[in-house]
Unconditional design. Structure first.
Length: 269
């Protein structure tokens, strides 16, 4: 437990400092986390050091170059050529790889690299230095409230085959708690924002709710993959927490959820 707490504090410091500074610091951190997460995912399938897996890393790096340069319109081109390269390796080396290996490599690019890049995309958007914190308020806030609510009131299993300890009561408590945190945060910083949101508190409340709700799916999705490959943790990079995929599994879904929720809400309200 001591190791887990110390690691958690260290992780929180890195996350907070990168969100505050933004720019190249956050960008490089997101890229690093994405590549490590992809490595952990590919390792579960035994393709992490093979040509097919390496191709996935190269495509992810090319994607991040587009993000850094602001050439987001070129992302589709990167994915098209990336898929062509993956399938070319699959065909030329057949039957070295199975079709599911090729699909996992391509899926991993989106599932890990693209989804996590939205942390940076939120940060560089309008008022991003305030909004980006919602990604972690929704994700880690949900995890924290869900844990304590589940321990105190949990009776009904939510997904016993994927995560036996998770309960319906914990999920409700997690989403509710994260949404309240979003509202409180909205009240605190609404006066500092540029005014691009007509109702910043409501915007933060809705974005936090959606982010927290989808963070549950992100957590269970990562658990499902572990069950398929019969592994307990994705890695040991973060002592007491496991690997990058173990700690950022919910953030993977929350980051794009917050980005697009805020985008659509700001265009409606």
């Amino acid at each position: 437990m001591k190791t887990r707490i110390i690691s958690g504090i260290f992780l929180a410091i890195i996350a907070a400092s990168s969100l505050y500074v933004g720019s190249w610091y956050l960008f490089l951190l997101c890229a690093f986390i994405s590549l490590v997460g992809m490595y952990e995912l590919y390792r579960a399938a035994g393709i992490h050091e093979k040509l097919l897996g390496i191709c996935g890393y190269v495509v992810a790096v090319a994607y991040y170059v587009c993000v850094w340069l602001g050439k987001w319109q070129l992302e589709t081109l990167v994915f098209v050529f990336g898929l062509m390269a993956i399938m070319t390796i699959y065909v030329i080396t057949f039957p070295k790889y199975k079709s599911q290996d090729a699909m996992l490599v391509f899926t991993g690019i989106f599932y890990v690299a693209v989804m996590l890049s939205y942390i940076y995309k939120v940060r560089v958007a309008g008022d991003g230095k305030y909004i980006v914190w919602l990604v972690f308020v929704s994700s880690w806030g949900n995890d924290t409230f869900a844990y304590f609510t589940g321990v105190l009131f949990g009776k009904h299993k939510m997904a016993p085959k994927l995560s036996p300890k998770k309960s319906v009561e914990g999920a409700v408590g997690g989403v509710t708690g994260a949404t309240l945190l979003g509202i409180i945060y909205g009240f605190i910083i609404s006066g500092r924002m540029s005014g691009i949101f007509v109702h910043p508190v409501w915007t933060f409340a809705i974005a936090s709710f959606i982010g927290a709700l989808l963070s549950i799916i992100g957590d269970l999705a990562a658990s499902a993959i572990k069950r398929n490959y019969d592994i307990k943790d994705y890695g040991k990079l973060i002592p007491g927490h496991g690997g990058i995929m173990d700690r950022f599994d919910s953030v993977i879904f929350t980051a794009p959820a917050v980005y697009w929720a805020v985008y659509f809400i700001s265009h409606i309200m």
